[in-house]
Design a protein around this ligand. Structure first.
Ligand code: IMP
Length: 408
């Protein structure tokens, strides 16, 4: 009997801690697939003392029975992927089980150069990760991109690189390395649509891993301060060539507070020492770029919007432990413009005002709690308040960095 694919994705501006949650759920799946984005993602998983930051390979590498699939909606830098394969191999991970869709697009040096140039030209920089992601998606839509389907044609690849860069630039020096990387990766390329449908038809348990966050979606995020792909649940369908009826549960990951890197609207941002404290206690620095993340209170208006965009089944709250030691914690419960209630669409309006609900904080460390019921009263009330505001069940709360620090 054919099976349905479940999705795990982020409900905020990325960095919700999805990698670790995917790692946890993945043990019950046969296939874990990425459907959008590229090496702009930095999915961290902590195993013992080892911290892995995955860029493109799905966050299920620690489960040797899981097939890892990079779907057609992604854009992949060949060199980054080869480096990631080497790093994983050195840790004893078998990368022969990684499959890449023939429909995925290749990120080339001119995409990276164009990303940097576009940022320099913008009056208000987006603060991209500088990985060439936007320009690679532009080429895909403009029908001038290079796909994995054509990867075995080394001449065509070299021609594509040369055609897009001026003679004598660094990019030309890279041609050989890229062609070499392509030759290594060619054996991982499959007909991505046939592959996934065969697996679903055979009843395989399939998990789809989102990248970035719902509020960075190119269509429904805080445009233009977004990434260039569809990061929401619908993006899993278009990014893998499956229909909505093939989707089972949609699980959304929410950090217990909010962060974002780069520019753009952030209604609950804190510009005072409380924001600094969140950054320090939560170690909020970019996985890919090392940039300090902007920090603020949990935004229930944004979260409810993301719940709706994704048709969410259940939520997971991460990094609740970071809030230990705050005397009071707040949640944004409403937006107002000119005194009138407003929706998330108003997030970027300069005259936006937020309504805050203040809750009692807690001092106790909570890293040893394994049941939501064991949390200190104030922490439990905080989780309950989020559940009530977003209207979906909270099935898991992370209370520390270690793999085992989870309360159910
Ligand atoms: P791009 O995806 O590199 O084009 O960057 C566009 C925006 O998305 C910038 O604000 C980035 O900081 C943000 N972004 C991209 N990937 C991630 C991520 O994995 N986590 C958090 N923010 C991201």
């Amino acid at each position: 009997m054919s099976s349905k694919a479940d999705i795990i994705l982020g409900l905020q501006w990325g960095d919700e801690g999805k990698g670790r949650i995917v790692d946890l759920y993945a043990k019950d799946y046969d296939v874990v697939a990425r459907f959008a984005g590229g090496d702009n993602a930095g999915h961290s998983i902590v195993v013992g003392k080892q911290e892995l930051a995955l860029r493109i390979v799905p966050s299920a590498v620690m489960h040797s029975h899981v097939e890892l699939f990079i779907g057609g909606g992604t854009v992949v830098n060949l060199r980054t992927l080869v480096d990631e394969f080497d790093a994983l191999t050195a840790l004893g991970v078998d990368v022969s089980r990684v499959k890449i869709s023939d429909r995925a697009h290749v990120v080339l040096p001119h995409h990276v150069a164009r990303d940097a140039a576009a940022e320099r030209e913008r009056a208000n920089a987006i603060g991209t990760t500088g990985r060439g992601i936007g320009p690679a998606y532009v080429d895909r839509v403009a029908r001038t991109g290079f796909r994995f389907a054509d990867l075995s044609d080394a001449d065509a690849l070299a021609k594509q690189i040369r055609a897009n860069v001026a003679t004598g630039t660094d990019a030309l020096d890279q041609v050989e390395g890229i062609v070499e990387a392509a030759a290594r990766l060619a054996r991982h390329v499959v007909d991505g649509v046939a592959y996934l449908h065969e697996r679903l038809d055979a009843g395989a348990r399939v998990l789809l891993e989102g990248a970035q966050g719902s509020l960075l979606d190119v269509g429904y995020g805080t445009y233009p301060y977004v990434t260039s792909s569809h990061t929401i649940a619908g993006g899993a369908c278009t990014g893998l060539g499956i229909g909505p009826s093939a989707i089972g549960r949609v699980i959304g990951v929410l950090k217990a507070y909010c962060t974002r890197v780069g520019g753009g609207p952030f209604p609950s941002e804190l510009h005072d020492e409380r924001g600094e404290k969140l950054r320090r206690q939560g170690n909020e620095f970019g996985t890919v770029t090392g940039r300090p993340r902007r920090c603020g209170w949990f935004d229930a208006v944004a979260a409810r919007y993301a719940v709706a965009l994704n048709g969410l089944s259940a939520a997971v709250i991460t990094k609740l432990d970071v809030l230990s030691g705050f005397e009071r914690v707040s949640i944004v419960t409403g937006y107002r413009v000119d005194g009138m209630p407003a929706t998330f669409a108003a997030a970027g309006r300069p005259e936006l005002e937020v309504e805050l609900q203040e809750l009692q904080g807690w001092d106790e460390p909570i890293g040893d709690c394994r049941r939501i019921g064991d949390l200190p009263d104030a922490a439990r009330a905080y989780v309950e308040k989020i559940r009530e505001l977003i209207g979906v069940p909270v099935e898991l709360v992370s209370v520390g960095r270690e793999r085992s620090q989870l309360a159910r």
